[in-house]
Design a protein around this ligand. Structure first.
Ligand code: ZN
Ligand code: ZN
Length: 389
């Protein structure tokens, strides 16, 4: 069977399971679960991949809501990631319901199109992408040691083949001061809210003077308990992002100085947790794989948006891309809405979104077929990864 015939078979396999994929996507979308709590999504996905012949390691790598499914024994091992966590307040505003189903859909289609001797297909259920880095724990647990290449696709307003995603440090800051009556004995207090506001303002000033391939943003999570009590405890959460790892390190030091400034100015004490184990690396988009994915997607009628100005998020797929050749294309859901908004939540389970999801599952599966059947492509992907291409 030729490569094109095998790809055709993969596409037919996606069509054959399309109804199941749409049902699972809708189920996950209507039951939004936060990072590490994705039990409902897990219960939709694990039986589905088992039913289609994957040998599944449940609760993989020490995470209750992670899984790994293996199929086949061919020379190239292709991993496809499925995310399924949602956001506080706005639910599936990042459309991870569609990532889950493009992931399992393309992985299952590959098992129908290929012979088990032609490749190993690994479907990875990767929890807690929104800030906690499930994939980082999988990397640390050795998940990617036997994997040659990895793929996933993320929904958004338009198709982008190789979005330049930032590295990101997730930092929590806490101030401890001294509570006292805010009117009777204010001179006896140490104001932890003032400390946090001072830090926030210092960060806001810093933001005007950073490179354009970097971002800093954050919130006050706890600002005090009563207006007539000097706040003795406050908490903030910030993300520090940069495309260049060295600049991320530089910015982390400058943000730390802003936190210290709040403590110094107010006499409060400060505790900063940089969550080093959940720091996301920038995405290293693999050139040859991006090219093949784009060609396959275009053959299905998809159109790519050329990304001239840099605006970007981050993903723990960035960490995966630093250990194996990887791609993380974005795909449009048929509406010009932006992720992490209520509007995106509303469009992430429409008929148009699902039509796009099915077509992207096919594009991923077609790319998987090429990786499985063309050892030269895998060699080129690996050379590009090592920077020797
Ligand atoms: Zn997101
Ligand atoms: Zn996302």
């Amino acid at each position: 069977m030729t490569l094109t015939e095998t790809q055709q078979r993969a596409n037919e396999a996606v069509d054959a399971i399309a109804r199941d994929l749409i049902r699972i996507s809708k189920e996950i979308h209507s039951h939004p679960e936060l990072a590490w709590e994705e039990h409902y999504a897990y219960a939709q996905l694990v039986p589905f991949v088992k039913e289609h012949g994957f040998t599944v390691t449940e609760h993989a790598y020490g995470m209750q809501t992670a899984f790994r499914g293996d199929w086949g024994h061919g020379p190239t091992t292709i991993a496809i990631c499925a995310e399924y966590d949602a956001l506080p307040e706005v639910g599936h505003a990042c459309g991870h319901n569609l990532i889950a189903t493009t992931g399992v859909g393309s992985a299952v289609a590959l098992t129908k199109a290929l012979d088990p001797s032609q490749a190993r297909i690994v479907i990875l259920g990767t929890p807690a992408e929104e800030g906690s880095g499930g994939k980082i724990r999988m990397i640390d647990g050795g998940c990617f040691d036997d994997i040659d290449v990895a793929m996933m696709a993320h929904p958004g307003p338009v198709d982008i083949d190789a979005s330049p995603m930032f590295g990101v440090a997730h930092v929590d800051v806490e101030y401890h001061g001294k509570a006292v009556h805010a009117s009777v004995f204010p001179e006896q207090g140490l104001n932890a809210l003032d400390a946090l506001v001072t830090a926030y303002q210092a960060i806001a000033q810093l933001r005007q003077h950073i490179r354009r391939d970097a971002r800093i943003h954050g919130i006050i999570k706890h600002g005090g308990d009563a207006a007539n009590v000097v706040p003795e405890y406050t908490k903030g959460a910030f993300y520090v992002r940069a495309l260049k790892p060295w600049y991320l390190e530089d910015l982390k030091k400058r943000v730390q100085a802003c936190f210290d400034a709040g403590a110094l100015a107010t006499g409060c004490t400060v505790e900063v947790d940089w969550h080093a184990d959940a720091e996301y690396a920038p995405m290293k988009n693999n050139g040859p794989m991006v090219e093949i994915y784009r060609r396959n997607a275009e053959s299905l009628g998809r159109n790519f948006f050329e990304m001239k100005d840099l605006t970007s998020g981050s993903s723990d797929m960035g960490n995966v891309s630093q250990v194996v050749p990887s791609i993380h294309p974005n795909f449009g859901v048929g509406a010009a809405k932006f992720t992490h908004s209520q509007e995106f939540t509303a469009v992430a389970a429409t008929e148009a979104a699902h039509e796009n999801m099915i077509s992207v599952a096919k594009a991923l599966a077609m790319t998987g077929v090429e990786l499985a059947l063309d050892p030269d492509l895998v060699a080129r992907a690996k050379a590009d990864f090592k920077g020797t291409r």
